[in-house]
Design a protein around this ligand. Structure first.
Ligand code: ATP
Ligand code: MG
Length: 428
């Protein structure tokens, strides 16, 4: 089993579909830089404004991001599930959110029998209806469940590429509790899990826990905002006090935290996640109750925790790239090595290296296309464009010295033995 898993992590270019292009779309064709870059490198394809397909290599990056998020959600006791995309109207009417004036991003339709149905833009109500209603006693609580799901939103503007999709992947977790205190404690745990996630994604230094407009019970909710010029939010930072505030609640926060408005630094950012305390308001509206220790019926307490998985990918593309292309942080790079053999002896040696690296558990993409399909220059350019962490080139010249050329994506090339390369990669 183990060997098979390892093999699945590595691919030969002739057996793995990637189509890169030499030229980039114009700004008129695609206004967003992340989308232009991701399209050129073959990660995404624009189906229509705000709607992107994630092609095989893009899918791998999404899976890497999801794996990190999944690990941290499991670590705080989340159970993974998947809810439906079709949602009944009645449910949303119970909290007043079927109304387009309350929620303006609905896609609505009806079934053949004419029952009204909405396409999932959120799962707060369905989760409470499903899992909350299953929890009939305080003994069942707390519960925490999460999913990775495609959300459908009729966003008015969709000019930010994968940062704002009309269809996008969100991780959404929901926690249900018997008391306000239990929810408050859990909320803090999730906040810390989020800090870890953004650190692991390579965004730790530029991501701020930000005060945003309030939860149902709390004066503020918390957003995770990453500094990013292509983002759509404005943050105000008090670096000395380590406080970040979303523009939308600036005056309230200035008062609350005694900030000096004139000294705040205004920066552009993208909301990569948020956490929200609903208190018992939603369960009250929906009459989702449990029996408490004293035998009384009570509405349960709900917390909601989102991460924009596809938006994170876009933010990474915006922040980590250069003239040659993408530069993925190692934790989310689709492969860790791009392998190229040059000349007959080089190609032969590359085949051997491929097997050796695969056995060592390194995720490697071997550009095994023959000279008729791709010239060496194109292979080298693809390696940079795709943003894979390391490039290994083996040719007659390197073989003369019993070595291969090893180059980190943004570093200098060195001649190393294959054993030295393995040691470097394993240390990573
Ligand atoms: P925004 O203010 O950006 O519209 P939101 O307040 O609607 O976000 P939520 O509904 O709470 O956000 O969604 C949780 C997370 O999903 C957000 O923090 C964000 O990272 C991501 N997200 C929200 N809308 C989109 C979208 N249209 N495309 C991609 N990701 C999104
Ligand atoms: Mg929104």
């Amino acid at each position: 089993m183990k060997e098979l898993e390892k093999l699945g992590g590595s691919m030969k270019r002739t057996e793995f579909w990637i189509k890169t292009s030499k030229s980039e779309q114009s700004e008129a064709e695609e206004p967003s830089r992340n989308a232009r870059l991701l399209t050129k490198a073959g990660y995404v394809d624009r189906q229509m404004a705000g709607v992107y397909a994630y092609l095989p290599i893009g899918f791998r990056v999404l899976e890497k991001i999801k794996a990190i998020v999944r690990e941290e959600m499991n670590a705080v006791g989340g159970s993974e599930l998947i809810m439906s995309s079709l949602q009944p109207r009645d449910l949303w009417e119970s909290t007043g959110r079927w109304d387009d004036e309350v929620v303006d991003v609905w896609f609505k339709s009806q079934l053949k029998d004419e029952s009204p149905v909405g396409l999932a833009w959120s799962h707060e109500e369905p989760i409470l209806e499903t899992i909350g209603r299953q929890a009939s006693s305080y003994r069942d609580l707390p519960i925490s469940v999460y999913q990775f799901q495609t959300k459908l939103r009729n966003e008015l503007r969709a000019k930010s590429g994968v940062l704002r999709g009309r269809e996008f992947i969100m991780k959404d977790m929901y926690s249900m509790h018997a008391s306000e205190q239990d929810l408050a404690d859990y909320y803090e745990r999730v906040k810390q899990a989020y800090v870890k996630i953004y650190e692991r994604l390579g965004l730790g230094n530029d991501t701020f826990i930000t005060f945003a407009s309030g939860g149902a019970f709390t004066k503020f909710s918390h957003e995770f905002q990453t500094l990013c010029d292509a983002g759509e939010d404005w943050l105000y930072l008090d670096r000395a006090k380590n406080i970040a505030v979303n523009e939308e609640v600036l005056d309230e926060a200035v008062k609350e935290f005694n900030l000096d408005k004139s000294k705040l630094e205004k920066v552009k950012s993208a909301e990569v996640g948020n956490i929200f305390n609903f208190g018992d308001e939603k369960a009250k509206d929906m009459q989702v109750e449990f029996i408490d220790e004293a035998g009384n019926k009570k509405p349960l307490y709900l917390g909601s925790y989102g991460i924009g998985i596809t938006r994170v990918m876009g933010v990474l593309a915006e922040k980590f790239s250069d003239d040659q292309g993408l530069v993925w942080p190692a934790a989310v790079a689709p492969f860790s090595v791009y392998l190229i053999g040059i000349g007959e002896a080089g190609e032969h040696a590359a085949a051997e290296l491929y097997t050796k690296f695969v056995q060592a558990g390194i995720e490697i993409l071997w550009d095994d296309r023959d000279a008729k399909l791709a010239r060496v220059g194109e292979k080298l350019a693809d390696s940079e464009l795709l943003g894979i962490s390391y490039r290994v080139v083996v040719s007659d010249k390197t073989l003369e010295q019993g070595k291969v050329e090893f180059k980190p994506r943004t570093g200098e090339a060195e001649l190393l033995t294959s054993g030295e390369v393995l040691a470097r990669l394993s240390a990573d």
